[in-house]
Ligand binder design. Structure first.
Ligand SMILES: [Zn+2]
Length: 103
């Protein structure tokens, strides 16, 4: 099972002002400080997405359902919407990265 908390590396609330600025907890990072995860560009702290962007949790939830064998739409994997497949593949990659780091 994948939990969003495994992604968060620090607590935005207790972080120093410097760290908040450096990680993008409260405002978008400068263009040069944005970071990429698996080809997607991010301008905020990871926690920002987990805490403030509601669809992130929905994405994690549908990923957990997929792990249990449930697809959101009728038909096979190939019949699912592209965005769904893109989201699932992105989370799959994050999870396998996290697992290989844990070893
Ligand atoms: Zn943060």
């Amino acid at each position: 099972m994948f939990h969003g908390s495994s992604l968060s590396k620090h607590d935005c609330n207790s972080a120093s002002e410097d760290l908040k600025r450096q990680k993008g907890c409260e405002a978008d990072l400068a263009e040069d400080d944005c970071y990429e995860v698996l080809g997607y560009r991010f301008s905020r702290c990871q926690n920002y997405y987990l805490m403030r962007v509601p669809w992130v949790w929905e994405a994690i939830e549908i990923w957990n359902w997929k792990e249990k064998g449930f697809l959101p739409y009728e038909g096979s994997w190939l019949k699912q919407p592209n965005l769904y497949i893109e989201i699932i593949e992105f989370i799959d990659k994050i999870v396998s990265q996290a697992k290989s780091k844990a070893k």
